[in-house]
Each structure stands twice: as structure tokens, then as C-alpha cells.
Design a protein around this ligand. Sequence first.
Ligand code: NDP
Ligand code: HEM
Length: 504
Amino acid sequence: MSKRLTTSAGAPVPSNETSATAGPRGPVLLEDYQLIEKLAHQNRERIPERVVHAKGWGAQGTFTVTHDISRYTRAQLFSKVGNSCEILSRWSTVAGEQGAADAERDVRGFALKFYTEEGNWDMVGNNTPIFFIRDAFKFPDFIRTQKRHPKTNLRSPEAMFDFWAGQPESVHQVTILMSDRGIPKNPMHMHGYGSHTYSLWNDAGERFWVKFHFRCQQPIANYTNEQAEKIVGETRESFQEDLYNAIDDGNFPKWEMNIQVMPEAQAEELDFNPFDLTKVWPHADFPLIPVGMLEFNKNPDNYFQMIENAAFSPSNKVPGIGYSPDKMLQGRIFAYADAHRYRLGTHYDALPANAPKCPVHHYHKDGAMRFFPPKTGHIDAYYEPNQYEESAKADPSVMEPPLKISGDADRYAQEDKDADYVQPRALYEKVLGDDERARLHLNMARAMAPVSEAVKERWYAVLNRVSPAYEAGVRKAAKDLETGNIDDYPGIPVTGDTPVRAAE
Ligand code: NDP
Ligand code: HEM
């Protein structure tokens, strides 16, 4: 039997199709409250889209610990092999608005929420191990160059390359962006990275610096510009379709969580700053240590409730996991919860996507849309400290070990300018093969084509410092584009109808 339709206050509704009117030809009576409620609610259906990463695709699943890392961390989740918890992920593009096409060249967001017994732990990373800049001060300017020009209302390659040429540390990330991995086939065929250096600490009070890697268990697969253009011509929602259908068909995507670990003292001895977000930790020096497996096996029943309302924040950590001095991470610890209060409201953490799956006790009080009772543990305990035994009390046993800090408070720029070119050079000269380099040259030349000569020359100078061959390759590709001589550039090898680069 069907349910009885009601107003939001629960009163039965006599008709959901005809307005109450004075006579059969109208006008409409102001007293038709049901009509007014329906129209008023529609006006409030949209919430602000995320200021960045507005377009996204998400899924729910399970994380299971497969390897013991309890010597590094006291986090309950990692206390035993076989432990598991529910997880939520949202993957996204960065620059496009909510209606942007999925198969665009952009960095992809890779946000994870682990609902642990000790609270929510969020890992708000990307599909790249590094970022364009190393100081949060530059983030709003950087994002401005990725968004629309105030006059033309179009995206501006001139602004992008002008900014990047002035911030040579960006060349590492720009190289990845212009490489094959700049257009993944869909979220299921890319790695995820925590990107920042975080910390783990154990019961003995030892701290380890750590990087998180989420190794894709599906083959890495990417599109060329031409393939992506064709896809976008057919559907703007290719990532949503692929992800939703895969999970609906029971093909659950998986990622293996790995960590790289550096004992606290070693950070002092390195020849690069391990807290610089524009740098990776080389695998040879810091091998990947497997931790567990993420499997996404459920499409959310309601996209808005679970994905649009999801509030991921690098500030969400649990005992045994901590931050690092990374300047970008420090900025992000502020920015996300602030964005959530604006985008979702004061009590965003009580929404179903964000509500912890463990007991929650705090003294935050009232506010807009306060729809849950006090969580202090005792009706008279609306302040703290108080006399009530069963009321919520802080637990000193989850205090992080102290962190030694030295130096003068000041505003510091990068000390060693040459260091910015070392890792992009390794990527360009050693990791990429000839065909990948050729595609990188062509992708970059295409992206630079609308840019002024002055900005191009500044960017070529940056490429030259990575490798003279890089500069020469992009210059040649620019000429080849002008003359239409690009037939010899290799495509991405195709397996069946899927361009696949075999996973190692
Ligand atoms: P390795 O040879 O051990 O690792 C190279 C890494 O590069 C692999 O993880 C590989 O992923 C990844 N890779 C391959 N092609 C691309 C691409 N187009 N864009 C981004 N990543 C790609 O080398 P090192 O650890 O010594 O690092 C050398 C360089 O590799 C670094 O300077 C950095 O640019 C890049 N890199 C390093 C990572 C790290 O954490 N050490 C992580 C990712 C990139 P896969 O295994 O799927 O082939
Ligand atoms: C989203 C700020 C750097 C990954 C966001 C949002 C803000 C923001 C305000 C929207 C949040 C929301 O409304 O829910 C910043 C600032 C940065 C920064 C100030 C630098 C100081 C980074 C870096 C990464 C990253 C370095 C990855 C390593 C993401 C992801 C999302 C996001 C994945 C989308 C999360 C989701 O799916 O809901 N960022 N960001 N950001 N950011 Fe950042």
C-alpha cells in the first residue's frame, strides 16, 4: 500500500497536482500552504558548491587492515590485522564547476573518510603525490588562475602559465598534469596519495613521519586529449557512469594502502625538506609498506545526502595519527572545517555522511539547525569542568608526544632554488618513457598555445632548468602543432576499448 503524502509538518496533503484557486481559472489562493511549501523548498534545494573540487563522484565501502603497523601507531584501527571500518570516498576534479565534464585534464581529488572506533579519520588527498605550491599563502591566488577570468568569464591559460612561471616549484605538478596521468579514464584507474607528510605515534611516545599511498588495484588507465574530447562529446558524466555502473555490477574497485615511514630524527639529516609538498620521498630510500585494502562496494542511496553533504577535512585525525609542520597542511587544517560551516552549516558533523560511528560527547551548544540533544553525558553538565561523574571528560592518555621546534618566527621562502628541479628531472628523464615524454610535450604545447610569447619564454626557462630536452621537446611540439605535423606523436596503447597502461 502506498504511503500517505504529507507536508513537512506531517499533515496529509489532499492534492499534489492542483493549486487551490478562486474558480476553475484562478487566481491562486495565498492560503494554499502546500503549494507555497513546495515552491519555497525548491528555492532552497541548492547549497553552495565547493569552492574547489565542485564536481565529484563518490562511493561507500570497507577498509581492512592486512599488515601490522602497530609499532608505528597506537591508532586502534591499526592495532590488529583484520580490523576493519566503513569508509566513504569522494573523487573530484579541482577547477571545474559542479556541471563540468568529467574527462577533463585536471588533478583529481581523492578524499577518504575512515569511520573508526576512535572517531573519523579523513585523508583528503589527490591522485598526485605532490602539489603546485608549498605555502598556503599562495593557494587562493593559485586557484584564481585555475578559475574564470573576471572579464571574459573564461578560463585563462595566460593566467595559469603566468602563475606557474613565477612559482617554479610548480613544474613538478604541472609535468604530472600534462603527462598521461592528467586525464585518468575514471576514478577507478588512478592512484591516490595523502601527498602531505603526516605523522604516526605509538604508545611509547615515538613519532614517525609518514606519507600515505593508495595503490590502485585496477590497471592505471588514461585518455589522450583526443580520446577525452570524444568521450566528453558523448557524455559529460563519464566518471559518474563508469563508477556507478561498476559498483552496481558488483565490480568493486580496490586500493591498497601503503605508507612510507621516516623516523623523526632522520628529517634533520635529509638533503631536501621532507615537509615540502612539492617533493616526494623517493621509493628507493623510503620503500612502500603495505597496510590494508580499501574496497568500494556500495553506491550511496542518495547522492546529495552522502556525497554533496560529505565534509572531508585534514583536521580530522584520531589518536596515533598526527600532522606535520608542512605549511600547506597547516593552512588546510583551518580551511576545511571553516568551508564546511559556511557550505553545510554549524552542525555539518552531525549529518549522516559525517556523523562518527562511535560515541560522540562534546559541550558545543545550540546554533542553527541544532537537531540533536546535548551530548555531554549528563543533563546538568552543560559546562566543564563539573561535578558530574558520568559527564564527558578529556582523556590525557591520547595526548600526542611533544614536538621539538626551533628557529625564529619569520616568513621564510624556499632556501635552495635548485632543489625544485631535481625531482621533476627524475620524473622526466628516468620515469617517463620516450612515448610518454612525446605526449607530455604535445599536451603542454597545446595548453600553452593561447599564451603570450613573454609568458611562454618564462615557462620555457623553467622547463630548461628541469632538462634542456624538456624545453626543446615542448618547443618542437609547439612548431609541429602550428604546422599540423603531429601524426607521428604516439597515442596511448589501447587494450580492447580501454586505453590501459598495465599496472606493475
Ligand atoms: P620510482 O621509479 O620508484 O617511482 C616512480 C613513480 O612514478 C611510480 O610510483 C610511478 O607510478 C609514478 N609515475 C609514473 N608515471 C607517472 C606520471 N606520468 N605521473 C606521475 N607519476 C608517475 O621513482 P622515485 O620514487 O625515485 O621517484 C622518481 C620520480 O617519480 C619522482 O621525482 C616523482 O616525480 C615521481 N613519483 C614518485 C613517487 C614517490 O612517492 N616516490 C610517487 C609518484 C611519482 P606507477 O608505480 O603506477 O608506475
Ligand atoms: C576541497 C581548501 C590544498 C585536496 C577543498 C575545499 C577547500 C579547500 C575550501 C572545499 C571543501 C568543502 O567545501 O568541503 C584548500 C586550501 C589548500 C588546499 C586552503 C591549501 C592551503 C589541497 C591539497 C590537496 C587538496 C594540497 C590534496 C593533496 C582537496 C580535495 C577536496 C578539496 C580532495 C575535495 C574534498 C571533497 O571531495 O569533498 N580544498 N585546499 N587540497 N581539497 Fe583542498
